[in-house]
Ligand binder design. Structure first.
Ligand SMILES: O=C(CO)COP(=O)(O)O
Length: 160
């Protein structure tokens, strides 16, 4: 085969390969981790009513956010407010750890965790791990209604 013809054919062949190549395979996967997306909502049993009232009070702000929650909290929020919630496992079954993993991979912009400080929880280490993840990754964490209100007010302002 003529050398020029071979060179030409090789060039065309490479062009086809390059243009059909899926470059996303080489995109730094860590970059996609930088999109903060979820607002995490978690409430212990004695605080679930407070959480629902809180979400109802901030319904429009919450509607504009992607919500993630531990299973029971998320189910109550969905049923009582109609907002869609991504539900993890129940807290005692690993849900706090799952949300901790989302925090560690920069997928959470704020956590509202209405804890019951007066009750012992068998999964206390998981609760501590979630809070540690917030501190490690500098994610705002509200563990009571007063701070939760401040965070939601802030979200409302930055949504506008
Ligand atoms: O236990 C919890 C957080 O530690 C909450 O879990 P649930 O929302 O499944 O009740």
């Amino acid at each position: 085969m003529d050398k020029d013809l071979l060179r030409q054919a090789t060039k065309q062949y490479l062009c086809v390969i390059i243009s059909s190549f899926d470059y996303s395979l080489f995109v730094n996967k860590d970059a996609s981790m930088n999109t903060l997306q979820y607002v995490a909502l978690i409430a212990h049993d004695n605080k679930k009513h407070d959480m629902i009232a809180f979400v109802q009070r901030h319904l429009e702000t919450c509607r504009r956010e992607s919500l993630v929650a531990t299973r029971t909290t998320g189910t109550h929020i969905e049923n009582e407010t109609g907002l869609p919630v991504t539900k993890m496992l129940s807290g005692p079954l690993g849900g706090d750890l799952q949300i901790g993993a989302l925090i560690a991979t920069e997928q959470v912009k704020a956590v509202i965790f209405l804890r019951d400080p007066l009750t012992a929880h068998p999964h206390e280490p998981d609760i501590n791990a979630l809070m540690k993840a917030c501190d490690t990754h500098n994610v705002p964490l509200a563990t009571n209604l007063a701070t939760a209100e401040l965070i939601l007010e802030h979200l409302k302002v930055i949504q506008e």
